[in-house]
Design a protein around this ligand. Structure first.
Ligand SMILES: [Cu+2]
Ligand SMILES: [Zn+2]
Length: 177
């Protein structure tokens, strides 16, 4: 008891670096599908209650739009196919990155200029927590072969997942410094 009191007192003084160990709110996913699609996706939240900035740089993607989502599971035992569906804790319909409602995991599309060039994706002020009850850490980022129609298509899959086709690359999202 006495020593824990001392630690607590010390923490009150030194606070940030040594004791509170807070938690930065940064996560990262490193993509490598083993067939030429590689990249990094970072997620940064300035504080526990703020929205998230997403930055991705990917090479090896065929020219055009590719659905880009956080799926609910970080399970890659069957490759990207075992990562579950779009992360959707509020059980709503599929949408775009800025529609309401949207799946929390809905990030729309990345737009590739071609496989030899970097595909850059940047989005700010996205509800996509990397901390707390609805954190995406431990889940997966997934890239698709085709375009996400953002829920605006005619197929049944449109409202479920944007009908963006096969999962061509994915990575588990982990804590970062
Ligand atoms: Cu997806
Ligand atoms: Zn979705």
């Amino acid at each position: 008891m006495k020593s824990s009191f001392l630690v607590a007192a010390l923490c009150a003084v030194v606070h940030t670096v040594l004791c509170a160990a807070p938690t930065n709110y940064t996560a990262v996913a490193v993509i490598d599908n083993g067939a030429g699609i590689k990249g990094t996706v970072t997620f940064y939240q300035a504080d526990a209650n703020s929205n998230t900035t997403v930055h991705a740089e990917i090479t090896g993607l065929a020219q055009g739009d590719h659905g880009f989502h956080v799926h609910s599971l970080g399970d890659v035992t069957q490759g990207c196919n075992s990562t579950g569906e779009h992360y959707n804790p509020f059980n709503v319909t599929h949408g775009s990155i800025d529609s309401n409602p949207r799946h929390v995991g809905d990030l729309g599309n990345v737009v590739s200029p071609g496989p030899s060039q970097a595909t850059v994706f940047q989005a700010t002020n996205v509800y996509l927590p990397v901390t707390g009850q609805y954190s995406i850490v431990g889940r997966a980022i997934v890239l698709h072969a085709g375009q996400d129609d953002l829920g605006l298509g005619n197929s049944t899959l449109s409202k479920a997942n944007g009908n963006s086709g096969a999962r061509i690359a994915c990575a588990v999202i982990g804590y970062a410094t």
